[in-house]
Design a protein around this ligand. Structure first.
Ligand SMILES: *[C@@H]1O[C@H](CO)[C@@H](O)[C@H](O)[C@H]1NC(C)=O
Ligand SMILES: *[C@@H]1O[C@H](CO)[C@@H](O)[C@H](O)[C@H]1NC(C)=O
Ligand SMILES: [Fe+2]
Length: 470
């Protein structure tokens, strides 16, 4: 049975490589799942580290535009303590130190711990750094590896996780991700699902989530984007500042990309230029996010970073009954730019299932002419929804029937994806379904770069014609 399924999925993979030729696949795989309830507070995955004021919820993110800095964050609960990070390239030998800042916030009657953020910058590329936070007997040590120099052929393996939450399914996703060998997470929004709780439990569940992801996030950067569960508009307890918990806890290097908000920004890493958008901030023409994105696309240099990846929470294309067409407003605002700039992949979460589109666009849409259907478009990105991290809301199991032409593969199972960039022309993409064990490729294919492969003929022609003019 197992091998039969594998045979079928190999066949799917074959089909899915043949772009825009066949109708898409709705996987018939029905997977068992743990109940979608949160892991109890006293479980070991939420354990508070021992010792007075011991640092907890340690996590890192990229700290600059080009990957030579990280922001290290952690929480201490007894007293402010120190915001210093000691670090160096030899374990136990910390020649350098950096001083951060701490902050805290209240949420209803919950009072957060002391949340520390410390920037380590001027790091060397492709180097393993060891670091220490906290003091005395309760200090803790971790490490991370900086990415390679920005270079068109730099290889790097990204993980893609969305809508994670803190259930046993979330734990399974995290554990599967951690054996993937990926070096940084592109996170697609909806982190802790703490907003499913009330009163003081909201803050408490942000703390448990921080301790839960530490096993990965203390050792490699998670590149954050915000989802609807980060908004936390809760007027019944007079909490109405959007993204309050998220913004206090999960900083982003937005200033480095000239953004005016931590909710949208860009980073470059190895051979990838990653643009993070906010589905829940204004984005129509002339808003700050719209103007920033217009400028950021001008800064993209495919000769240096061939891979152009966009992250957002709400998918522009998917065919699930849940959240269907919620991305239309952002599609109307940005799709033209994605096509014109030949974005390689747009990753989104939000829908609790996995889905991948063909290269299609609907930029010819015209309210007066009647042109309304997406059409195959070689310049368009792939749209991939990876909202299947495993949170307490469960899976979105009902897809629209029949499967629309733009949908290439869809399945409601928990999992994560990886994008392994090899060089300027090739990347290996892989969706991992949790139930299949470590390394079964469920939806996987070789991705050709939109600039260096698809465009190469045109570029050669252009070079030729400009030469012949001079
Ligand atoms: C929309 O379609 C109409 C014809 O119905 C055409 O006159 C108009 O130029 C089109 N507008 C755009 C922006 O393409
Ligand atoms: C890029 O990587 C692919 C896949 O590993 C390989 O087949 C190809 O030869 C590489 N291209 C170059 C120019 O090294
Ligand atoms: Fe969501």
């Amino acid at each position: 049975m197992q091998s039969f399924l594998r045979l079928i999925s190999t066949f799917f993979i074959f089909l899915s490589c043949v772009e825009n030729t066949f109708a898409g696949i709705t996987s018939t795989v029905i997977r068992s799942q743990w109940p979608s309830s949160d892991i109890p507070l006293d479980n070991e995955v939420f354990a508070v580290p021992k010792g007075h004021n011991a640092p907890q919820q340690v996590h890192i993110t990229q700290g600059d535009y080009d990957g030579k800095a990280v922001i290290i964050s952690w929480v201490t609960s007894d007293e402010p303590g120190s915001s210093e990070v000691q670090y160096g390239t030899t374990k136990g030998k910390y020649d350098n130190s950096a001083e951060g800042k701490s902050t805290s916030y209240t949420f209803y009657k919950y009072k957060s711990g002391y949340i520390h953020h410390c920037l380590l910058d001027g790091l060397e590329y492709d180097t393993k750094y060891y670091y220490k936070v906290g003091s005395g007997g309760s200090s803790r040590e971790f490490w991370f590896q900086t990415p390679p120099t920005i270079d068109p052929d730099a290889s790097h393996k990204f993980g893609i996780i969305g809508d994670l939450g803190q259930t046993y399914n979330s734990l399974s996703t995290l554990q599967h991700y951690m054996v993937s060998g990926a070096q940084a997470v592109l996170f697609l929004g909806d982190l802790s699902y703490a907003d499913r709780y009330k009163y003081n439990d909201v803050g408490l569940r942000w703390d448990t989530w921080g301790r839960f992801i530490e096993q990965s996030a203390a050792f490699q950067p998670w590149i954050w984007s915000a989802g609807n569960h980060e908004i936390e508009y809760m007027p019944y307890m007079e909490e109405v500042d959007p993204f309050k918990s998220y913004l206090h806890r999960y900083p982003t290097p937005y200033l480095a990309s000239k953004s005016t908000s931590p909710l949208w920004y860009a980073v470059r890493r190895a051979s990838a230029h990653i643009i993070v958008l906010s589905s829940y901030s204004s984005f129509v023409k002339y808003t700050l996010q719209w103007m920033w994105l217009r400028e950021e696309f001008k800064r993209v240099d495919r000769e240096k970073t061939p891979w152009l990846i966009v992250l957002m929470h709400v998918p522009l294309y998917h065919s699930n009954n849940v959240h269907f067409m919620e991305g239309e407003s952002m599609r109307a605002a940005f799709e033209k730019w994605f096509v014109r700039n030949r974005v390689d992949i747009v990753f989104a979460g939000h829908v609790h299932a996995y889905e991948r589109s063909y290269r299609i666009s609907n930029i010819q849409y015209n309210v007066s002419s009647g042109d309304r259907d997406p059409v195959p478009d070689k310049s368009a990105p792939l749209y991939i929804t990876v909202g299947d991290g495993g949170n307490q809301e469960g899976l979105a199991g009902r897809f629209r029937d029949p499967q629309p032409d733009y949908s290439a593969f869809r399945e409601a199972s928990y999992g994560h994806s990886t994008l392994e960039i090899k060089n300027r022309t090739h990347a290996f993409y892989h969706w991992n379904r949790n139930n299949d064990g470590k390394k079964v490729a469920t939806d996987s294919f070789i991705l050709h770069n939109q600039y260096w492969v698809s465009n190469s003929r045109r570029r050669k022609l252009k070079k030729y014609s400009s030469k012949s003019i001079t």
